[in-house]
Design a protein around this ligand. Structure first.
Ligand code: SF4
Ligand code: SF4
Length: 116
């Protein structure tokens, strides 16, 4: 498991069924090896986080709790917005190793988080 498998928005590519089925290339996979070109990326979250700021995920950015780019991709008040922010908060507070342990058995790109 590696940080490369965590999407910028906090979706976990490692446990995502779409990646498993070969229907998606993953968020950040393939750029370091040159298989993919970041200039061709379309996701605004990835472009801001990974390309422009050089961060692994938005959890490393001070704006993630109130980011217009995230809130435009995942509308405020929707389950996906809540999941995204909760996972980013967990990574921000407890780190990537903790996140990967929590998420290792998720059934898809997002799953249960420990009770707060
Ligand atoms: S929505 Fe964007 S940031 Fe999130 S996993 Fe997909 S490509 Fe990555
Ligand atoms: S500004 Fe928003 S999209 Fe860009 S890195 Fe920060 S939280 Fe992520």
């Amino acid at each position: 498991m590696s940080i490369e498998h965590i999407g910028c928005c906090s979706a976990y590519c490692k446990t995502c069924k779409e990646l498993d089925k070969g229907l998606c290339k993953g968020c950040k996979l393939g750029y370091a090896s040159g298989e993919r070109d970041i200039e061709r990326a379309k996701c605004k979250i990835k472009l801001c986080c990974f390309k422009e700021k050089g961060l692994e995920t938005c959890a490393d950015c001070s704006h993630f709790r109130d980011c217009d780019i995230i809130n435009s991709r995942f509308k405020v008040g929707t389950p996906n917005n809540r999941k995204c922010i909760r996972v980013l908060e967990l990574i921000h507070n407890k780190g990537y190793d903790n996140f990967m342990e929590v998420a290792k058995d998720w059934p898809n790109a997002w799953g249960r988080l420990p009770k707060e």
